[in-house]
Ligand binder design. Structure first.
Ligand code: NAD
Length: 320
């Protein structure tokens, strides 16, 4: 029995694979499998005999049909062009995030086991006038190419589920912070840089006003929630398969206060404010809080507070 993880070479995908192998959250709904296939342009970094790393594109329909075989019990679809990259290259975003998602859904359609299909959506599907706390059934109104392609993905996964082709679970992930490594092409990349860089003795800039509200999750909580989304019974989710994944609502200024408390004033002094209108226009259009009552009742979790998220980054990634 096989689980496929697209984007398995990436940040969250590789961590989801590791969590599946470790049997984390393997509660009552755990799905049995003996192989994980990573499909990504990049090599999967997880070294384990149960993992097969296939390098290729989700735009390659022939390859998808080779990989998505009758023994497929689950698919995590994480491969994507991220927010900054999508805004810069509309055609690439359409090819990978819309055509690729549809090709993957088509490959999964007709598989005997009706695979569980976890799709990573984003708060970027929202824009325009928003209530203080965004409910799951609010109509999407994206103000970026990334939000638009994710919104189409949500509708596709929902409809393929309604038709009984797959068993979909759509996770609207918060912005992930603190992400280790280097800045990436996400417009929200600063949400990690303003903590990560100063904690490693490097300068960083905050490109949005400090009162900008962000909806955040640590990598650990996000991965736990993605695996949980896979393992819960689809019937408990209901007909509309969108899940507002729990997060923390904090301003950029509050993040910097957490940095000061955990890493000291010297770390805080390494962060400057340098307004970037392009980043602000994307990130500023995203909601800062979500209604997560239902997802909490379904067993999804969030971090306690942002100080704890910064401490988690320090404990996991700063030597010493
Ligand atoms: N990190 C966040 O803050 C966040 C928030 C909300 C949603 N998401 C979503 O979660 C998913 C994973 O994000 P991440 O942070 O791990 O990003 P990431 O960039 O680390 O991983 C994405 C992976 O997709 C791969 N990829 C890109 N184009 C591909 C293609 N044509 N074929 C195959 N693979 C391709 C990349 O090589 C990369 O390894 C994405 O769908 C992203 O939109 C992330």
């Amino acid at each position: 029995m096989k689980i496929i993880v697209t984007g398995g070479g990436g940040f969250l995908g590789s961590r989801v694979i590791q969590a599946l192998l470790d049997g984390k959250d393997a509660g009552t709904g755990a799905v049995e499998f003996d192989q994980v296939v990573s499909l990504d342009l990049a090599e999967c970094p997880v070294a384990d005999s149960r993992v097969a790393s296939v390098k290729g594109s989700i735009g390659d329909a022939e390859l998808l049909h080779e990989i998505v075989t009758e023994d497929t019990v689950g698919i995590f679809h994480l491969a994507a062009v991220l927010s900054g990259g999508s805004e810069d290259d509309f055609d690439l975003a359409m090819n990978v995030n819309v055509d690729g998602t549809r090709a993957l859904l088509e490959a999964a359609r007709g598989i005997r086991n009706t695979p569980r299909f976890v799709f990573t959506s984003s708060l970027a599907v929202f824009g325009g006038e928003m209530p203080d706390s965004v409910p799951e059934n609010m109509a999407t109104q994206p103000e970026s190419t990334y939000g638009m392609v994710k919104s189409i993905g949500e509708l596709l996964v929902n409809e393929y589920t309604r038709k009984g082709f797959i068993d979909g679970r759509i996770c609207r992930l918060p912005t992930i912070s603190v992400r280790p490594g280097k800045p990436n092409s996400a417009a929200s990349s600063f949400a990690s840089s303003i903590i990560r860089e100063p904690m490693n003795g490097m300068k960083s800039v905050c490109p949005v006003p400090v009162d900008t509200k962000l909806w955040l999750s640590s990598p650990n909580a996000a991965v736990t929630n993605l695996v949980h989304a896979f393992e819960i019974d689809g019937e408990n989710i209901g007909g509309w398969r969108v899940l507002n994944v729990p997060g923390l609502s904090v301003t950029a200024g509050e993040m910097l206060e957490s940095l000061t408390r955990v890493a000291g004033q010297s770390a805080r002094d390494l962060v400057g404010i340098d307004y970037d209108a392009k980043i602000d226009s994307i990130v500023g259009s995203w909601p800062g809080a979500f209604d997560v009552e239902r997802t909490r009742s379904l067993g999804f979790v969030s971090d306690t507070d942002f100080d704890q998220v910064v401490q988690q980054y320090r404990d996991d990634f700063i030597a010493g």
